[in-house]
Design a protein. Structure first.
Length: 288
């Protein structure tokens, strides 16, 4: 049976412990097993207090992470690669203190419109850093999942086939794949088939609509996309949606969230949990 997770940004991206207490309560009330918390500034996190909030709520903690500007681990500049590696080590240390079990995200390159194709060596440079980071995370008991995003957010990894090649470059068992239906719908010619190919290395599957709002409003047929792995995948299934007013301005800008895509976060969460149940936890047929 799958475990379920929901992104904190559906309610708020503020990592203050008093706010996170509200978020874990809302996620638990909606029936989720885990809450994914952005780890954007690991130095500023109040880790001990956050750990207590998660323990008190009885819900698992996940993390999402990226790289700050000037700290691209795929860069030809060794100073940038060093900064990126140092940042990710700080993220892992904070995550371990909070009790986070898995970190997902675009931490293999800086997020943002590239404007040009990366050099052929960029993936190899990134892989060398991430191999070390994957080992550090493994020592801390934290699994890593690289998230594929669309062409407007990175030029390095957009498709499952690219990701499979990248995982082979890193060659570490603690690194797996995070797929999001929003990005897959942009980049994959046949999202359902790509999902099937990714299944052996899939560590996080995220349901996200075409407009990044409620899952029952939008262009994507999420049950159809997920169908190839229903009954075969037993990992984490996550939910993501964004409203500008619920995010920090720089966070919303980075994700190009220009408007509120939903009004009622609780209703969105409850519907999303029901959709996961419909796809991955179908009721057995009744006897007649």
């Amino acid at each position: 049976m799958v475990r379920t997770a929901i992104h904190a940004g559906i309610w708020s991206s503020d990592p203050a412990p008093e706010n996170v207490a509200r978020l874990v309560a809302a996620a638990t009330e909606a029936g989720f097993d885990a809450l994914a918390l952005p780890l954007r500034d690991p130095v500023a996190l109040r880790c001990v207090e956050l750990a207590a909030r998660f323990r008190g709520a009885g819900i698992a903690a996940l993390g999402t992470a990226g790289l700050p500007a000037g700290a691209d681990v795929s860069s030809a500049d060794p100073v940038q690669r060093r900064r990126g590696e140092e940042h990710l080590r700080r993220v892992i240390a904070a995550a371990a203190e909070i009790g986070i079990e898995q970190i997902n995200g675009v931490f293999y390159a800086c997020l943002g419109h590239s404007g040009r194709l990366p050099a052929d060596e960029a993936a190899q440079r990134s892989a060398e850093v991430i191999r070390r980071i994957a080992e550090t995370a493994a020592d801390a008991g934290i699994r890593l999942c690289v998230e594929l995003v669309n062409r407007y957010e990175t030029a390095l990894l957009n498709t499952v086939d690219q990701a499979l090649d990248y995982l082979a470059l890193v060659d570490h068992p603690n690194l797996r794949l995070h797929l999001d239906t929003y990005h897959m719908a942009i980049e994959e010619r046949r999202p359902a088939e790509a999902l099937r190919r990714a299944l052996p290395v899939l560590g996080y599957f995220e349901l996200d609509q075409s407009h990044r709002g409620r899952l029952d409003e939008g262009a994507l047929d999420l049950p159809a996309i997920a169908a190839p792995i229903a009954g075969h995948y037993d990992g984490l299934v996550g939910v993501e949606a964004f409203a500008r007013s619920r995010l920090a301005p720089d966070h919303a800008d980075g994700l190009a969230i220009w408007r509120d895509h939903f009004d009622d976060a609780g209703a969105l969460a409850r519907h999303a949990r029901g959709l996961i149940r419909e796809i991955f936890e179908p009721s057995p047929p009744q006897r007649v």
